[in-house]
Design a protein around this ligand. Structure first.
Ligand code: HEC
Ligand code: HEC
Ligand code: HEC
Length: 127
C-alpha cells in the first residue's frame, strides 16, 4: 500500500469509528443508552400519535390545563374520534400508571423535573 493509500484507509477507519453511534442507531433502530420505558399493556393508542406525544406532550398538557381552568372545556377528541377527559391525573396517569418507569425514567434521562406533582395527585406506583 502506498502512503496515500494508508492515509485514506486511516481516514475511512476514523470516520467509521466517529460516526459509529449513528450506524448503531441505523442498524438497531434505537438510541444507545435511551431509557427503556414501560408502556401500557392493554391499550395501543395514546391521546395523540406517539411521535407527536414524544415531542409535544408538555404543550398538550398546558393546552389542557388552560382549556379546563379558563374555558371549562374538559373533552379532548383524539385523531381516532375517541373522547378523553382533559386531566393529568385521571387520564394520562390511568394509562401510564407506572410513573416511575415511564414519565420519571424519561425525564431523569433528559434532565427535566416537572413540578406538577406538588399539586397533582401521583398514581400509586405499581410494584
Ligand atoms: C388510553 C391510554 C393512554 C392515555 C390516556 C395516554 N397515553 Fe400516552 N401512550 C399510550 C400508548 C399505548 C402509547 C404508545 C403508542 C404507540 O407506540 O403508538 C403512548 C405513548 C406516549 C408517549 C410517547 C412515548 C414514547 O417514547 O414512545 C408519551 C410521551 C405519552 N404517551 C404521554 C402521555 C401523556 C402526557 C398523556 C396525557 C396527556 C397520555 N400519554 C395519555 C397510552 C395512553
Ligand atoms: C420519551 C420521553 C418522555 C416521556 C415518556 C415523558 N416525557 Fe415529559 N418531557 C420529556 C422531555 C424531553 C421534556 C422537556 C422538553 C423541553 O424542555 O422542551 C419533558 C417535559 C415535560 C413537562 C414540562 C416540564 C417543564 O418543566 O417544562 C411535563 C409537564 C411533562 N414532561 C409531563 C410528562 C408526563 C406526565 C409524562 C408521563 C405520562 C411524561 N412527561 C413522559 C420527555 C418525556
Ligand atoms: C400550584 C398547584 C399546581 C401546580 C404546581 C400545577 N397545577 Fe395543574 N392544576 C392545579 C389546579 C388547582 C387545577 C384545577 C383543577 C380542576 O379544575 O380540576 C389544575 C388543573 C390542571 C389540568 C386540568 C385538570 C386536570 O384534572 O388535570 C391540567 C391538565 C394541569 N393542571 C396540568 C398541570 C401540569 C402539566 C403541571 C406541571 C407543569 C401542573 N398542572 C402544575 C394546580 C396546579
Amino acid at each position: 500500500m502506498t502512503d496515500a493509500g494508508k492515509i485514506i484507509a486511516g481516514i475511512v477507519l476514523f470516520l467509521v469509528i466517529v460516526t459509529s453511534p449513528m450506524w448503531y442507531q441505523l442498524v438497531s433502530g434505537s438510541t444507545p443508552g435511551a431509557p427503556k420505558l414501560e408502556m401500557p399493556v392493554d391499550v395501543t393508542d395514546c391521546v395523540e400519535g406517539a411521535d407527536y406525544m414524544r415531542a409535544f406532550h408538555m404543550d398538550l398538557l398546558n393546552v389542557w390545563r388552560d382549556d379546563v381552568v379558563r374555558e371549562g372545556d374538559r373533552i379532548h377528541v383524539a385523531p381516532d374520534g375517541k373522547e378523553y377527559d382533559k386531566s393529568l391525573s385521571r387520564t394520562c396517569m390511568s394509562c401510564h400508571s407506572n410513573k416511575d418507569a415511564f414519565c420519571d425514567r424519561c425525564h431523569d434521562y433528559a434532565g427535566v423535573k416537572p413540578y406538577c406533582w406538588d399539586c397533582h395527585v401521583e398514581p400509586r406506583e405499581q410494584p
